[in-house]
Design a protein around this ligand. Structure first.
Ligand SMILES: C[S@@+](CC[C@H](N)C(=O)[O-])C[C@H]1O[C@@H](n2cnc3c(N)ncnc32)[C@H](O)[C@@H]1O
Length: 282
């Protein structure tokens, strides 16, 4: 397999990568990802001057605390996202904010990738409250440190804003010039609403306190198997306020957790009475 390529890459190497990323991040890679794994990790082998995948993978296994693990994870995550992706959720969130008595209204964006999703949440908050400083707190997290860095900078190529209205572009972004020509930066009013941190959804403990009015956990559970999803969804349930809402991605559903989550329509969920009785206890 791939031995006409720069590095020796066998089926056993791919199987090892599948096992390692599953154990570290819960991500399931299927057979169709063999070529993707090769090209993404070949960069790491080149950077570290390894000749073979087996040598690199053996070294990783022998050094469980090495910083290279983060690079390995960053190389294998899929970070596709966009501003106001699945836009109906932002309309629903605006309504949820307007009828909520929570001050501050707290949101956790649990797989925030390069930041387009949490910045869309911040824009929604400013518009829903019609205030420059709405009473809203947004924690945005991801496992991948590269995407978190991009998100915290809030700088994007201008074409990423293509689908935004002119009003949103003007209200929420600054256009770069000279060295930053072709780029835009999220305005301070948006950035002030956001706090970024690294959280691995697979970890036993998440560094979060208090409960949330809304949890956005979109387009990440598709990478996990059902046993992992169950564990994560139970922990999210414990973090949701009784009237909180969980927003998931378009191809994700919680049918297998129907005792605990009730559909609120359009891939959003509320806690069931049973879940409230068990999970909402202080
Ligand atoms: C496809 S993106 C989805 C981004 C955004 N939520 C959206 O819907 O547009 C999936 C994100 O999940 C993150 N991710 C994958 N495994 C994770 C884990 N175990 N814990 C936290 N984030 C994870 C990836 O780094 C990636 O940024």
């Amino acid at each position: 397999m791939q031995n006409d390529h720069e590095f020796n890459y066998t089926k056993a190497d791919f199987a090892k990568v599948v096992d390692l990323i599953y154990r570290r991040a819960g991500i399931r890679l299927n057979e169709s990802k063999q070529q993707m794994v090769y090209s993404r990790l070949a960069r790491r082998l080149r950077a570290l001057q390894y000749d073979t995948f087996s040598g690199y993978l053996r070294w990783l296994e022998q050094n469980p605390d090495s910083e290279e693990w983060q690079q390995f994870i960053n190389a294998l995550t899929t970070n596709l996202t966009s501003f106001f992706r699945e836009s109906h959720h932002f309309d629903l969130l605006a309504e949820q904010m307007q009828r909520s008595a929570s001050h501050p209204f707290r949101i956790w964006c649990a797989a925030s990738s390069t930041g387009e999703e949490p910045y869309s949440l911040a824009m929604t908050a400013i518009e829903a409250f019609n205030l420059a400083k709405p009473p809203v707190e947004i924690i945005a997290s991801d496992l991948d440190t590269n995407v978190l860095r991009t998100a915290a900078q809030g700088i994007y190529s201008i074409d990423k804003l293509e689908k935004l209205s002119l009003e949103r572009k003007r209200n929420f972004f600054l256009k770069g010039n000279k060295n930053n020509a072709g780029k835009v930066m999220a305005k301070k009013a948006l950035r002030d609403l956001l706090e970024f941190q690294q959280i691995n959804l697979l970890d036993d403990r998440w560094p979060l306190s208090g409960k949330f009015d809304a949890v956005f956990c979109r387009n990440v559970m598709i990478y996990f198997d059902q046993a992992t999803q169950k564990i994560i969804l139970e922990k999210i349930g414990r973090l949701l306020k009784e009237d909180g809402l969980l927003y998931v991605g378009h191809s994700e559903n919680l049918h297998f957790m129907s005792d605990y989550y009730r559909s609120f329509g359009k891939t959003t969920y509320q806690l069931s009475d049973k879940a409230k009785a068990i999970w909402s206890k202080p």
